[in-house]
Design a protein around this ligand. Structure first.
Ligand code: KG4
Ligand code: ZN
Length: 354
């Protein structure tokens, strides 16, 4: 039997059984990660090699360095994942991998590794969208969570409001028309001399600041559920320069707090309008920015007021990781969706075709 006939049979069996032990791989940006996930919900191993310290030297992710470091880390992470999960390669039922969106060279390292592994071990291959991965981190953190729910996905590369109507089924309600929320955090952090990635440190600094001290413009966005962070980011950066040029100083904590509040208010105003309009009873946060302390507090307060249930993953599952890819991969498998050896990296793939 050929590889493809064999793995299609295996995938059918797994789908019917509704059980699968998935080895998952993530390499879309600057974290190399491999995890082992059972039935989309239970994490047996979750290994990450972060490259943040190296990219911090350059003030942002350098794609060529990212690809090289993924190549160096993948084999070791694979060994560690099997060891820490307490399994052998023969126990794996399928291989899942992020195929986009992300940096093309970085994605290709993971996709090539996954294809080689799937072929060598004679296992089904599952292609996972990175944004779907972020949404699915909530399935790991909250075993009781099931669709439908509305999810705000805010990371360094994406800001989306998604209606999750079923497993692997999405309706895109809104998105950023320019910068992502995390990108805005990172750029504004630079003005305060906070090193890359500035979001988490800016968040910490903001905790001791007064968010009413500075006023930044409200930025108009075209769609009811769309975001725009570029205008806000530019206004904040220009305001800092002009204060400094006229001999003034800015209070970093107050500045950080005022900016953070502007971003969080925008994210939640839009996302919760979508929750209200769709009549959703559940609301989830996902992506790196979902670690933001004010976003979590405000989302909780406003969800309580609205009588809806809020979900968010712990910080480790908000930023890039492979466990979320293993969860999303499991539900793709249950939908009967497998990839073959022609799988390629898709740097600009959308979650849903618009
Ligand atoms: O999801 P992620 O790890 O990577 C992408 O898919 O982009 O998100 C990383 C982004 C960075 O921009 C980082 O600054 C931001 O998430 N981030 C935060 C916080 N933690 C991470 N932004 C604001 N507050 C945080 N606590
Ligand atoms: Zn991400």
């Amino acid at each position: 039997m050929s590889y493809i006939e064999d793995v299609l049979n295996q995938a059918e069996t797994l789908k019917a059984r509704k059980h699968a032990l998935i080895l998952s791989i993530e390499s879309s940006c600057d974290e190399t990660a491999i995890a082992v996930v059972r039935d989309g919900r239970e994490v047996l191993a979750d290994e990450i090699a972060s490259q943040v310290n190296i990219h911090a030297l350059y003030g942002g992710v350098v794609p060529e360095i990212a690809s090289r470091m993924h190549v160096e880390s993948l084999s070791e992470l694979y060994r560690r994942a099997l060891k820490n999960a307490g399994i052998s390669k023969n126990d794996i039922d399928a291989i899942a991998v992020t195929f986009g969106p992300g940096l093309v060279g970085a994605l290709l390292t993971g996709v090539s590794f996954a294809k080689a592994l799937a072929y060598a071990l004679d296992l089904p291959l599952i292609a996972v969208n990175h944004i779907e991965g972020h949404v699915s981190a909530n399935y790991i953190a909250h075993p009781e969570l099931e669709p439908p729910f509305v999810c705000l996905v805010a990371s360094g590369g994406h800001s989306h409001i998604v209606n999750v109507t079923g497993y692997g089924q999405y309706e895109l309600l809104g998105r950023t028309v320019d910068d992502a929320a995390g990108e805005a955090f990172d750029k504004v952090a630079r003005v305060l001399d906070i090193p890359y990635p500035g979001g988490p440190l800016l968040d910490k600094l903001a905790e001791s600041g007064n968010s009413d001290k500075y006023h930044f413009p409200n930025v108009h966005t075209p769609g009811k559920y769309d975001f725009s962070f570029s205008g806000l980011k530019t206004a904040v950066i220009n305001q800092a320069h002009s204060i400094r040029q006229s001999g003034g100083t800015i209070d970093a904590a107050d500045w950080a707090a005022s900016f953070r509040k502007a971003v969080v208010d925008t994210l939640l105003d839009k996302a919760l309008t979508a929750v209200k309009d769709t009549g959703a009873k559940r609301f989830a946060l996902a992506g790196g920015v979902a670690s933001n302390m004010l976003l979590r507090r405000e989302a909780q307060r406003r969800s309580n007021e609205m009588g809806i249930k809020l979900y968010f993953p712990p910080p480790r599952l908000c930023t890039d990781n492979a466990a979320m890819i293993g969860s999303a991969g499991f539900y793709r498998l249950l939908l009967g969706e497998t990839a073959d050896m022609s799988l390629n990296a898709e740097p600009s793939i959308k979650l849903i075709e618009e």
